[in-house]
Design a protein around this ligand. Structure first.
Ligand code: SF4
Length: 255
């Protein structure tokens, strides 16, 4: 299947953006939760002249289907996904103090768990890097409606690029299907957003795509600390646009 002209233009703009990011930040890392946006970006970076590194955070609470995507990516693209794990001592201490399912008890305990299992490993993954890339999109959540395509990440102290910020879910899926991009089978079981197994449920038709993430919390608290800037107001630190992704229309797609 080939891309329609509008989608081909979207795809070429994405590839141009990624090439530009790779030129400016050859040490940039792509963060992957193995959701469909991330595997689309893996498909894209695999076609760069020199692919960027890819990592994922294995929190110890992921679905088996999500973990299995590491092998899928290796087999399809020859890319070794760097899997980051939490500090086992910190996990043990947290579980001993609060239990295996403390995240259901309060936002504070949920954020503490995310801090240990996600944020600290992410900080290690990004240490010494100048940029990272995410698959976030504006329409995913009320916390992402002002998401810029590039921003200075105050939390981790490096440039952050969100090259799919303006993409719709339909555009993502149309490109994935047209280019035969592998995707997490959980998406076919009602999970538009992929997270930890005990903190993610399938959503019903018509529900917000992230309604299944930390569904017991208020909608405006549902970020895990990886994208803490999304919870701040536009114009405040963390969402300050900087170094927007240039679109060089003279470049041609390598896809
Ligand atoms: S999503 Fe849930 S299980 Fe995963 S790190 Fe956060 S609180 Fe812990």
């Amino acid at each position: 299947m080939t891309l329609s002209p509008p989608l081909a233009a979207r795809w070429e703009a994405l590839m141009a953006s990624l090439r530009r990011i790779a030129d400016l930040h050859p040490d940039a890392l792509l963060a992957s939760s193995m959701g469909v946006e991330d595997t689309l970006l893996i498909h894209a970076v695999a076609q760069l002249p020199r692919p960027l590194g890819v990592f994922m955070l294995d929190t110890g609470r992921l679905h088996a289907e999500t973990l299995a995507m590491v092998d899928v990516v290796r087999a399809r693209y020859g890319i070794e996904v760097r899997v980051m794990h939490p500090d086992p001592d910190a996990v043990r201490a947290h579980v001993a103090a609060h239990g295996e399912f403390a995240f259901y008890e309060s936002v504070e305990l949920r954020k503490a768990c995310c801090g240990i299992r996600k944020v600290e490993p992410l900080r290690r993954a990004l240490a010494g890097r100048t940029a990272w890339i995410t698959g976030q999109r504006r329409e995913q959540s009320v916390t992402r409606v002002e998401l810029p395509d590039a921003q200075w990440d105050d939390t981790f102290g490096l440039q952050k690029f969100n090259p799919l910020a303006l993409w719709s879910a339909d555009e993502v899926w149309d490109v994935v299907r047209a280019l035969d991009v592998p995707y997490n089978p959980l998406h076919d079981r009602g999970y538009p957003s992929i997270g930890c197994e005990p903190c993610t449920r399938a959503v019903r038709p018509g529900e917000d795509p992230r309604a299944g993430r930390w569904w017991w919390e208020q909608r405006d608290s549902r970020e895990c600390g990886l994208h803490a800037g999304n919870l701040r107001t536009s114009g405040q630190p963390g969402v300050r646009p900087r170094d927007p992704i240039p679109t060089d229309t003279t470049e041609t797609s390598t896809s």
